[in-house]
Design a protein around this ligand. Structure first.
Ligand code: PRX
Length: 663
């Protein structure tokens, strides 16, 4: 384990909770550390009492008989209760007299000048959302979708994406959102695994002024998906598309004519709300299962506490993630709408048409909460301070980061240049599997240290342990585990019970193993040191090295491939591939072939998986048992002379060869 834990960051600067924040936010839910510790203790000692009270703030058709039942590894939350997530996100707000409040503030990408107000903006109130979602839900029903059917969604960041998800929740059809940057084979894998018969998509998506051909990608995927009977298509870019009669339907033709009457289905608390596929150690992505009651309560409550959301105080929350990832699910849609703070959805790239787009948006919409990833912050830094300086960012109250450890330089830049040294930064650590934040500062409460995600969220019994589950002393690197259930935890991997147990519950007996190496300092603060499995975190996106290797090997020229992460200035981790070519290609191991292989990976998985570096090699270093020696490859790729013990190397000559620049 310790082999994977590479960095031991030393950082001692402490930033106390800011007065600016405390005075600007209204009610400060957790005003000081003492309150945090007392509430945290209660949440651990009396989870039923704690979460029962939190859940009382939601609308249930039927109350639970018990708050939590735990039979390792299966947790059930709000047992016996029934509710509907869409009802709690939308209808409830309308019933309570807030129908005219803005629920979603959407900005389209096309714009000639980021600094002018020519951007396309849509403000959807809760009432409008209720009508749109109800019509869409009826349209899905008219296409044969029934409670329990998985609806695949492959769209750009348009309001209809959130509408489609909420429509699914309304009728009890779990959705499976596939990131719009993925390529057709990724759609095939996921739709097949979910046995989905319907795909909701767009004609195309705007990205940096270009059109991503989403519908064409769906068409290609559908060649291998005979069970997909309907495709519902939003017209966004007006790019040419082929509509297959009987299968394909335009959204604007079938949704607006539907009835707006569509009551929310009464769902059991443990009914599946959605699947979201994420990478793991094997080549096959896993469909993480999140259910209704626990996920709803956990995401809305973490959003409320971590961001100190207060309705009616002019707060505007902007999370830059794509809804194709868990961050977008939880903190653009499901965690936000129940809190009644407008959630901003931005369609496009942060540097289109210019590098000040995000700052222009903050000024334009008087955004108070800004939540992004360290990779984006590093890109902003590189683009230059003049871009944020051009804009009035004084509306900002709070900054957040997510997705990967943040390097202290980026933290300080974010704090000073964006937050004017007065906005707290919440470094939120969590995963697709955890549903919501598990380790995070609370603003106005937790002193922060750049690079640390600080303390556990309420109810999260996190610890650093060794393989036997023994808690490790301060500053010793070990496994990050959670020792008891929390409401937002995954309930399984779709259709693969064995993998669920093997991945999360077998490494340390009786505990959830997150897959991250971490340490805790003297203060009790957590420091994430990186993944301990074959997962790499590229620009805050999780990719399995095996998936990329499989994509490479699927190219006719490649016999064997090994993929490792390398330090990358912007992405945090870049992708390095070591490739062994088929004999007939050995003579053409050149840059043209490298580029072809890079393009091939983009085509198979998506541009995010495109290797940054490909090195051709006669063979790969392996242990006697045939395992590829990734540690060694990581060092070689990073240009470090390996300090690892290589005595298990099967063939020392391989190592020597790899150290040569190229064959
Ligand atoms: O390694 C951790 C890293 O991202 C992984 C989870 O990836 P994913 O499921 O795609 O979800 C990302 C967004 C929630 C974790 O196992 N990670 C996430 N947030 C942080 C982080 N590492 C350090 N600090 C964070 N704040």
């Amino acid at each position: 384990m310790s082999e994977s834990i590479t960095s031991v960051l030393q950082e001692n600067r402490v930033f106390e909770p800011s007065e600016h924040f405390r005075s600007g936010i209204g009610p400060n839910y957790v005003p000081d550390l003492q309150t945090y510790h007392a509430r945290f203790k209660r949440s651990i000692d009396d989870p039923s009492g704690f979460w029962g009270e939190v859940a009382d703030g939601f609308n249930w058709f039927k109350k639970w008989t018990s708050v939590v039942e735990w039979k390792l590894p299966d947790a059930r939350w709000f047992v016996g209760a029934t509710t509907n997530v869409c009802d709690n996100c939308i209808d409830r707000q309308v019933r309570d007299g807030h129908g005219d409040d803005v629920a979603i503030l959407w900005e389209g990408e096309p714009s000639t000048l980021a600094t002018t107000d020519d951007a396309e903006v849509r403000r959807l109130t809760y009432s409008q959302l209720q009508l749109e979602v109800s019509r869409t839900a009826n349209a899905l029903k008219s296409l044969g979708v029934r409670r329990g059917d998985v609806v695949t969604i492959y769209m750009g960041m348009v309001p209809e994406l959130a509408i489609a998800m909420l429509a699914c929740a309304r009728i009890g059809a779990p959705h499976s959102v596939i990131f719009g940057g993925f390529a057709p084979p990724a759609i095939v894998d996921r739709a097949q695994d979910a046995k989905s018969k319907i795909i909701v998509t767009c004609d195309g998506a705007w990205r940096r002024g270009h059109i991503v051909p989403l519908k064409a990608n769906v068409d290609e995927a559908c060649e291998k998906l005979p069970d997909v009977a309907s495709v519902l298509v939003v017209s966004r870019t007006n790019c040419p598309v082929n509509m297959r009669a009987g299968r394909d339907h335009w959204w604007h033709e079938i949704v607006p004519t539907q009835s707006t009457d569509c009551p929310c289905e009464e769902m059991d608390s443990e009914d599946l709300l959605f699947l979201l596929y994420t990478s793991g150690s094997t080549g096959k992505p896993k469909g993480i299962c999140h259910t209704t009651g626990g996920y709803m309560v956990y995401t809305a409550f973490t959003a409320k506490m971590t961001f100190n959301l207060v309705p009616d105080r002019g707060q505007v929350f902007f999370c830059t993630a794509d809804i194709g990832w868990i961050t977008g699910h939880s903190y653009i849609v499901y965690g936000m709408l129940p809190n009644r703070v407008p959630t901003v959805m931005y369609e496009g790239a942060p540097n289109f048409p210019a590098e000040d787009r995000i700052w222009a948006m903050i000024e334009r919409h008087k955004i108070t909460h800004f939540y992004t990833a360290p990779t984006a912050i590093r890109a902003f830094m590189k683009w230059g301070d003049e871009h944020p300086h051009k804009h009035d960012l004084s509306s900002l109250l709070l900054l957040g980061t997510v997705g990967e450890p943040i390097n202290p330089e980026a933290w300080i830049w974010y704090h000073e240049k964006i937050g004017s040294s007065r906005c707290p930064i919440v470094d939120t650590m969590w995963q697709t599997e955890t549903g919501g934040h598990i380790l995070t500062p609370l603003p106005g409460c937790t002193p922060t240290v750049p690079g640390s995600c600080t303390l556990p969220f309420f109810g999260v019994d996190a610890a650093i342990v060794d393989e036997n589950g023994a808690e490790l002393p301060a500053n010793q690197g070990g496994l990050l585990v959670i020792r008891r259930p929390w409401p937002g935890m995954l309930r399984g991997i779709h259709g693969d019970r064995a993998r669920f147990i093997e991945t999360y519950w077998s490494k340390v007996k009786g505990m959830y193993v997150a897959g991250d190496g971490a340490r805790r300092d003297e203060r009790g603060y957590f420091w994430i040191m990186g993944r301990i499995d074959d997962v790499i975190n590229v620009s805050g996106h999780r990719l399995g090295t095996m998936e990329i290797e499989s994509a490479l090997v699927s190219h006719e020229s490649v016999v064997e491939a090994a993929v490792v992460g390398i330090p990358h200035e912007i992405k945090g981790t870049g992708i390095a591939a070591f490739v062994t070519l088929a004999p007939q290609y050995k003579g053409v191991a050149d840059n043209a072939l490298r580029k072809r292989l890079m393009d091939h990976v983009s085509k198979e998985i998506g541009p995010i998986a495109r290797p940054d570096m490909i090195r051709f090699t006669a063979s790969l270093p392996k242990t006697r048992s045939g395992k590829i020696m990734r540690r060694l490859l990581r060092d070689i790729a990073a240009g470090k002379e390996s300090t690892q013990d290589t005595t298990t190397l099967e063939d020392f000559a391989v190592l020597a060869k790899l150290r040569e620049v190229d064959e």
